[in-house]
Design a protein around this ligand. Sequence first.
Ligand SMILES: [Zn+2]
Length: 417
Amino acid sequence: MVLSEISSSDEDFQNFYDNETGEIVPDSESEQEIDPLKEVLRNKMWTYNPREDIEFKKGQLFTNVDAFRAALKDYVIQKEFPIKRLKNEKIRCTAICDVAGCTWRIHASPIADSVIFMIKTYTPEHTCVMDNKNRETTSDWMAKKLLAVMRTHPHLSKKDIEVEMLKYGVHPSIQQVYRAKQKAREEIESTHSESYSKLPKYDVLLRQHNPGSICKIHYDRSNLLVEPRFLRLFISFKGQKDGFLVGCRSFVRFDGCHLKGSFGGVLLTAVTLDANNSIFSIAFAIVNGLKFAYEQLLSFAIGRYCCRHIYSNFRSQFPGMLLTSFFWQAAKSYDAIGFNETMQRIKDMNIEAWRYLSKIPVSAWARHAFSIEMKCDHVTNNFTESFNAWIGDLRGQPILTLVEGLRKKFMKKLHKR
Ligand SMILES: [Zn+2]
């Protein structure tokens, strides 16, 4: 579902885009099968929410025994008390607080379908003395220190964290390490999702302050009850677009790198060479899956600028709906046969138009003739390395910081030229 889409103020470009949207549309409008049992259970089913502390209740459901075990483990780390598992089987889990005489106790076992786990009895109160205050402070403090590191290295090990803390002369306990890591991760995840949720606003701002830029955000939403899920973002800043129009080469290649943040994703960029033979980036895409990304960048990069450029000259000399549609048909043809057939039609219709187009190198405007070099991140070469170095710390940043960072880096580069 395309929730948001803008193109340049240029009318032709806009039209071209509109024609194209059919190619890049939704992925899953597929109906979801509804399981009535699951529907009933959904309300009571425990779901992991990194932003909230875990709370247990009698009657609470877990998708299976492992989900319950994981939640229990997190709970114990969160509350920092010693636990003793009296039973830890597929058919029952019983645990108590491991301080002699404490009343905290939880017991869970499967319901009728023998998979879904339910908390059958729960005594949440501790009668033991828990001194959480100091630990709280320490793990909060540690989490703050960890934030910067974990933005770029989300999967720090216990050992890594201990090493980090040693820099401050702190020797944390294992529980403090877990708790601090958890807190830092929650913080990072919430800034990441907040950042994603601000994307549409960014799109509007970009339109206002950087008119002529192209920004397309694609979401996936299987039904109206769920939040839209980010699929990909496609951006070509005005400076990139214009720079490419001036240089306009048919050479395009792709590079990408995995983003390091907790949301993952891939950053792709289409690049060409400018007049000084230095690398010039034309467009970016940040995607959750690669399926459409290459295709989208590809059609953007090879088709749009040169083609559009040639097209506007062509149209001013040879106006007419039919010629226009033949032009795009030829430009977008995937093979030489289709291209030649269409060129023949143009020739039959208007020999001058055909002559005009024939003089332009095919590789400058026809899709089938582009020499495209596709690279992805696992192919190591100098360029990819320098690209990764260029991106630097941005790889671990929330999406908006990343996009803005790219824009700034890009502007700087433009300025230097
Ligand atoms: Zn206790």
